[in-house]
Design a protein around this ligand. Structure first.
Ligand code: ARG
Length: 575
């Protein structure tokens, strides 16, 4: 099967070349969805201008050379020179039948495949994961699934914050509390309380602060006992966020951990290389880089700090080592950092220095996939029903609990009910996150995300359950519906045409690292299906129509399951 936009683009390009000569063969045919037809080509507008010809006249000449008889049954020039293109029902039906037979459902593999590092989730050890981390985790995981599905080699990089001077005070606090007590608190997720208690002592008790500072030195010097205590804390936090990953159905495992400490052995060498190449200089005893073009409000150059005057390294240095490692050692040609908007300056400076160093070349694409802020209904922090500000795990549990209330009256069997509620709650949470452009913020709202109608996870899950129930009623297996699909009714035609957008939606999401395109597409499919199902009887239709409509339903089911799978949204069998 083919992407209609691509087919039309080829035909219009050929017509442009025929009408105006081969030198115009390369112009973008500007195929867009149209209000008045299926698609329109806007190419006559810029072309008319460059040819010094009224765009309508250019459009007429293109149409005179346009060969689309097998694809379109209506071609019209409208407005200032738009070429409106209406596909034939037969062509759409033929393509949909092909999509049903295609094991990849019309999503071609990427050529060439690339090695892509996706840096996402990246929580901090001994700090509570917050909703911001939920979003980078969910969006990052969808990006990973999409890229892998297209055949790319994806390296998941969980850049966990497991290093830094705060570990001095945290280790001392652990010793004060006692190893066992501290560990059970940490692995249970009592992370904030632990951190706060350490912080309060650090600020109030000079002796504790002094012990903490000595502990940092011991940690950096690799003192075995200190390292052991640090490792305990890292392991306990890891257990906590692994619980969250499992609950969310996120693909991250321990094998994907490349925490800050992983880069420690590379830091001295990164500094030496940058200093040798004159990219980093000593300033007030510290080693810093001033990438060109970055100045503060008062006009002074902004530094990236490589080595502090006390010899310590920080977040900037680790990220420089990481980018060099990902390009030079992992041989990645695309780096995607799924991180909050507040770090955008950090990444711009990082990329600038990596470019100066010659690591980041034109063959490598580095992008900060910006994540916008999620807020509670009052525009501030998200709170639970009881009004407390929320631990991530509590938020997840509440989503499942509320989902169970939503479906409570439909299932008597508590196990089945819980299993479905789990998928519905998690699906609602994830879809709410994925359906918004990742850069925009949104207001967290349980009621809205759990609604059975509208752009929600449950609505999509429900569409799949409905199709499954059609097949159950028919006593058929959706896997056996082979078509062919024919198209007569307008709702049928609209649904089949929508389905053909699967490949383009996946490709666009991969290209832009924005899963919301795919999230929007699956919603479009589900709502086109809803209209179709209201207007076109399936099981009661005459035999040949019934055959075709069952095949169309089977295609919808497969596309929805595949699309939701790429987004990481669980789908219950029944709902
Ligand atoms: N740990 C950081 C935070 O929670 C995010 C790390 C993002 N990745 C990176 N390579 N800097 O803010």
């Amino acid at each position: 099967m083919a992407d209609p936009q691509e087919v039309l683009a080829e035909r219009v390009s050929a017509a442009v070349a025929d009408a105006f000569g081969a030198s115009h063969a390369g112009v973008d045919p500007l195929i867009r969805p149209s209000q008045f037809a299926d698609f329109q080509s806007n190419v006559a507008l810029p072309l008319g201008k460059s040819l010094g010809m009224p765009p309508r006249q250019a459009a007429d000449q293109i149409v005179a050379h346009l060969d689309v008889t097998d694809v379109c049954d209506r071609v019209e020039v409208s407005g200032p020179g738009f070429i409106n293109l209406t596909l034939t029902g037969d062509w759409i039906a033929g393509q949909a039948s092909g999509q049903l037979r295609d094991g990849r459902l019309g999503v071609p593999l990427a050529v060439p495949a690339a090695t892509v590092v996706v840096d996402y989730s990246s929580p901090n050890v001994v700090k509570e994961m917050h909703v911001g981390h939920l979003r980078t985790t969910v969006v990052g995981d969808a990006i990973v699934r999409i890229l892998e599905d297209l055949g790319h080699t994806v390296v998941r990089a969980n850049h966990v914050g497991d290093w830094g001077t705060q570990f001095g005070m945290l280790i001392e606090h652990l010793l004060d509390v006692g190893e066992d007590a501290a560990r059970s608190a940490l692995s249970a997720g009592e992370i904030n309380a632990f951190y706060q208690a350490a912080r309060i002592k650090f600020d109030a008790d000079p002796a504790f602060a002094e012990r903490s500072r000595r502990r940092v030195v011991a940690l950096q010097a690799g003192d075995p006992d200190t390292l052991r205590l640090w490792q305990l804390m890292v392991a306990d936090s890891r257990q906590y966020y692994n619980t969250i990953y499992r609950q969310l159905g996120v693909t991250l495992t321990d094998a994907d951990l490349a925490p800050e400490s992983f880069y420690n052995p590379m830091l001295a060498d990164v500094c030496a290389e940058l200093e040798r190449d004159g990219i980093a200089v000593i300033s007030d005893g510290a080693l810093v880089a001033f990438p060109p073009g970055f100045t503060g409000r008062d006009g002074t150059p902004q530094p990236l700090i490589l080595r502090k005057s006390d010899g310590g390294y920080g977040y900037d240095t680790t990220d420089l080592a990481a980018i060099r490692y990902r390009i030079k050692d992992l041989k990645a040609t695309r780096l995607i950092y799924v991180v909050g908007a507040e770090q955008s300056l950090h990444f711009r400076m990082l990329f600038a220095v990596a470019r100066q160093a010659g690591w980041l070349t034109d063959e490598v694409r580095a992008e900060h996939a910006v994540i916008g802020l999620v807020t509670g209904s009052d525009g501030g922090r998200i709170r639970t029903r009881s009004g407390e500000s929320v631990k991530l795990i509590t938020l997840i549990d509440e989503a499942v609990e509320r989902a169970e209330e939503v479906i409570a009256d439909r299932y008597d069997d508590p196990d089945l009910r819980h299993q479905i509620a789990d998928a519905v709650g998690i699906g609602a949470l994830k879809y709410a996150d994925l359906s918004v452009a990742r850069e925009s913020g949104y207001t967290f709202d349980f009621d809205r995300m759990l609604a059975l109608t509208g752009k929600t996870g449950p609505y999509l899950q429900y569409a799949t359950a409905r199709i499954r129930s059609i097949f159950r009623k028919a006593g058929l297996d959706p896997g056996q519906a082979a078509g062919p699909i024919t198209v007569t009714e307008s709702a049928e035609r609209a649904l089949a045409l929508t389905l053909l957008g699967f490949g383009p939606a996946v490709r666009l999401s991969a290209e832009t690292a924005e899963p919301h395109h795919l999230a929007g597409f699956v919603f479009d499919v589900a709502s086109a299906f809803t209209t179709f199902y209201e207007e076109c009887p399936v099981l009661k239709a005459p035999a040949d129509v019934r055959e075709s409509r069952l095949a169309l339903c089977a295609l919808v089911l497969r596309v929805l399951l595949s699309g939701l799978g790429l987004l990481g949204i669980p789908v219950p069998e029944r709902m």
